[in-house]
Every structure is written in C-alpha cells, then in structure tokens.
Design a protein around this ligand. Structure first.
Ligand code: GUN
Length: 282
C-alpha cells in the first residue's frame, strides 16, 4: 500500500491561520530576526519567516549585520532587542560567521524572547520535561505526527542526527510522548540495522538519500527533516523509493519545512502572552 503523504504545507497553513487569529486578539506582536553575513540559505529562510510573520499580522523586524561584524556588535544588538518592548520574539539565524561564538550570542538572548528555544534555559527546561519554547523544527515534526494520529507511546523511535536544532530536541520530545528513543549519528555502528527497528524514523542529517528503502520498516512513519540543495533541486535525507515501505512519509519540499515557520510563529504568540502577563514564564 502506498504511504500517506504527510502534508506539512496544508497543516502549516492551518497553524498560521490560528496564529493570525491570535495576533488579531493580542494586538501588536513583534518578531525580530537577526541575520549576520551572507549565507545564501539563511537569506532564503529569513525571507520566508518575514513573509509568514507579516501575513499573520505580526510586526517583523529585519535586522542585518555584515559578514565581518564583531561578536560585540551582535551582543549589543541582542541586548537592544532584549530591552525593546515592541519585540516579543528574537531569532538569531544560524550559522553565524566563524569569528562569532554562537553559544555566547544565544546565551545573551532574554530566555522569554528566545522563540527558537535554543537558550540553555529553554533547552534545559525541555530536557527537564517542562518545555517553555521548544525549537520550531522538532515542534513541527511532533505536530505532523499528532495531526496524522501516528502512535508514539511505547513505539520504537529512531532519530538520525544529534544537532542542537533538531536531533537532540526531537529525541526529547518523542521521549515525552513515551516513545522508546534511539539516537543515531555519524559513529553509529550499524545505522541500517537501527533504522529497520523504527516504527517512527526521523532523519535529520543533511545528506541526500542517507536513508534508503531497505532501512525502512514496513509500515513505519518516516519524517524527513533534510533539506539538501542538489543539481536536481531540493531533496531530503530519505530516498524517494522508501515511500513504498512506509505507512506515512513527509515530502521534501512541503513536509517539515513549512511546519518550522508555522511553529516559530506559534512560539512568538506564546512569547507575546508571556510579555502581556497572560501566561507566566515559565
Ligand atoms: N538555521 C537553520 N534552521 C534554523 C532555525 O530553525 N533557527 C535558526 N535560528 N537558525 C536556523
């Protein structure tokens, strides 16, 4: 039987409509993004985030610094945004240029404005099972699994990739849903064998086709977080023929990607509620 395609684009639109209704109720909601340098992919992501924030009725603030900006300049900028009451959420687009210590910049964010959920405070609260802001991409993965009613409790979930942005937080979130979680990475001895046990398989590596059809358990839910630019266009981490074995699979593009932006906007609503006192932080 052919896999059900998990339509992230449609689900993201629904979430964005909900967000727009909340913005209308809250009044002004400000989202500031900080982009340092000229990474081409980051420019594309930032443009999409601004378009979506604007369409939801938010006030997007687009702050940019040149590639040779110093760490001090970025830190001062972040401090300014922390103290600006018209800014509810701040997102520092990663990667930052090599002369800037990313961890130091993330640590400088006001935790209650860290809509990316990357500040050690928010990452720690997720680890401690009391999530405040969870990172947007993993939240999008969980939202897709919920929308398609994929069972998580007691199942075997395998996450490939251990990044701070996706692999680690998605593993924590699957654990919260009572999945039995295995984290795989570049040193995993037998990746194929681990994957074949997965009822839920999340690929977040950034290598085209690293998950081949023979690595997918019959009837599994396969979530492809990879966005790889190749000569033949955008492709995921999962080979297309894996769809023949899966029960559910996300397309690339149109799967997890659109959900990331929708969940970022949802986090920004949460931040706006924190700042208006209608939700305690945390
Ligand atoms: N770079 C790639 N994805 C992301 C993301 O979700 N947030 C930030 N801040 N940077 C990114």
């Amino acid at each position: 039987m052919a896999a059900t395609i998990m339509d992230g684009k449609a689900l993201a639109l629904r979430v964005r409509e909900e967000v727009a209704a909340e913005v209308a109720e809250l009044g002004e909601v400000g989202l500031a993004t900080v982009l340092v340098g000229d990474d081409p992919a980051s420019h594309v992501y930032i443009a999409s985030k601004h378009r979506a924030a604007g369409e939801a009725g938010m006030y997007p603030r687009d702050v940019r610094l040149p590639a040779d900006a110093t760490e001090g300049e970025v830190l001062r900028l972040v401090e300014g945004l922390n103290g600006d009451d018209s800014v509810d959420g701040i997102l520092v687009q990663l990667p930052l240029p090599p002369q800037i210590d990313e961890a130091r910049v993330i640590r400088a964010l006001a935790p209650s404005k860290d809509v990316d959920g990357l500040h050690p405070y928010n990452a720690g609260e997720l680890y401690l099972d009391r999530p405040t802001f969870a990172p947007a991409t993993p939240s999008g993965v969980l939202e897709l699994l919920r929308a398609y009613e994929v069972r998580l409790s007691g199942v075997s979930a395998v996450v490939i990739g251990r990044s701070e942005l996706v692999g680690k937080p998605v593993a924590m979130m699957l654990l919260r849903e009572n999945a039995t979680v295995t984290m795989c990475h570049s040193r995993t001895a037998d990746l194929a064998e681990q994957c074949r046990r997965a009822d839920v398989l999340v690929a977040a590596v950034g290598r085209p086709g690293i998950v081949t059809a023979d690595m997918v358990k019959e009837g599994a839910a396969v979530i492809d977080v990879g966005i790889n630019r190749t000569e033949s266009g955008l492709v995921g981490d999962v080979a297309p023929d894996a769809a023949a074995r899966a029960a559910f699979i996300t397309p690339v593009p149109g799967g997890v990607g659109p959900m990331t932006i929708a969940m970022l906007l949802r986090n920004t609503i949460k931040a706006a509620k924190f700042h208006r006192g209608s939700l305690a932080f945390p």
